[in-house]
Design a protein. Structure first.
Length: 94
């Protein structure tokens, strides 16, 4: 778990480094969509989810419609699927 823990802390640090210069607070983020390749595992072993929580991103707005396993994860189209999911969810909320 030591290696996994280091990965989680590094990922959380990267997210915070993106927010710092922009002045964005994690609570201001409308939606977080993770490509959770190990989403079927225990929540505390999901690197993306744990990194998001440590970075201060809202848990109630993280993968609100399910992650990659629930929605489907087409090979070679991960980025397009994630972008489409975020756009549809934001449109639905507004």
């Amino acid at each position: 778990m030591a290696v996994g823990g280091a990965i989680v802390l590094t990922a959380a640090h990267v997210v915070r480094c993106v927010f710092e210069p922009t002045g964005i607070d994690g609570a201001q983020v409308d939606e977080v969509v993770l490509g959770d390749s190990n989403g079927a595992g225990e929540d505390n072993r999901n690197v993306g989810r744990m990194a998001a929580l440590l970075a201060g991103l809202p848990d109630d707005r993280t993968n609100p419609n399910g992650g990659a396993i629930a929605i489907g994860h087409p090979i070679g189209a991960s980025g397009a699927r994630i972008a489409g999911t975020v756009l549809r969810e934001l449109a639905r909320r507004n």
